[in-house]
Design a protein around this ligand. Structure first.
Ligand code: CTP
Ligand code: MG
Length: 231
């Protein structure tokens, strides 16, 4: 990084979802993996690579969210999320201090590592409006219509599955949200505004815990040894 001005990285971890598909009776961010919550894993792995950290918690469970971040020491703040992921990202952005780039990470991806964040930040520093880790798609893809009838096979060579953290030039993310559309993916907001999004290598370990089987897979990755790279 020598010769470059220091880049201030703001990190928003969105943890306000309910986890309906996982099916636990408390929000997904507090579900445990190897004895610690998904949120605690994500926070521990990324916080050291950021200058300012905001956790967006479920409005109904703010005390629990606070308890998860307290041990990170002062500086990490917790704010209540919105009804949609986009609303939760906006709440996190509003609580961030002055930063050059904003990284948005899903608490539902507990086995992220700081290297992923640094790769995406580097792509933005190198000129992209936004960046995120991604993997080539390996399954055969079919487009279907009503009744699961196959219309065609989709060529997967140019397709990528995108993960988080997603990193943005701060003004680009603010402008994208100011346009007021809702999307499950902030990169889509940037693309819609004509911004350049450059993907960097992801990892199977950055999987999103969505269904109960994903938790089993994450447990196996955790037990297989820690490949994370510390910041
Ligand atoms: N999220 C959020 N606020 C919302 C909805 C989602 O902060 N209103 C966060 C989740 O906490 C999660 C990430 O966005 O870290 C990705 O969302 P997803 O995997 O869909 O989680 P949930 O919405 O909690 O799960 P489900 O859709 O199964 O209810
Ligand atoms: Mg959801």
């Amino acid at each position: 990084m020598s010769g470059r001005p220091a880049i201030r990285v703001g990190l928003v971890i969105v943890a306000a979802g309910s986890g309906t598909r996982l099916g636990h009776d408390h929000p997904k961010a507090f579900v445990e993996l190897g004895g610690r919550s998904l949120l605690a894993h994500a926070l521990d792995r990324l916080a050291s690579a950021a200058d300012d950290v905001v956790v967006v918690g479920p409005p109904t469970h703010m005390e629990q969210a606070l308890a998860q971040v307290e041990r990170m020491g002062p500086g990490t703040r917790v704010v209540p999320g919105g009804a949609t992921r986009t609303g939760s990202v906006a709440a996190g952005m509003a609580a961030l201090g002055a930063v050059d780039v904003i990284a948005v990470h899903d608490a539902a991806r507990p086995l992220v590592d700081a290297a992923a964040l640094r790769r995406a930040v580097a792509a933005v520093v190198d000129g992209a409006d936004a960046s995120a880790p991604a993997l080539p798609v390996t399954d055969t893809l079919k487009e279907v219509a009503d009744g699961e009838v196959v219309i065609r096979t989709v060529d997967r060579a140019s397709l990528r599955a995108v993960q988080t953290p997603q990193v943005f030039r701060a003004e680009v993310l603010h402008a994208a949200h100011a346009r007021g559309v809702d999307a499950t993916d902030d990169l889509a907001l940037v693309e819609a505004g004509g911004g350049t999004v450059v993907l960097v290598p992801g990892s199977a370990r950055y999987l999103k815990v969505t269904y109960p089987d994903d938790l089993l897979l994450a447990e196996a990755f955790l037990a297989s040894g820690d490949h994370e790279e510390r910041a």
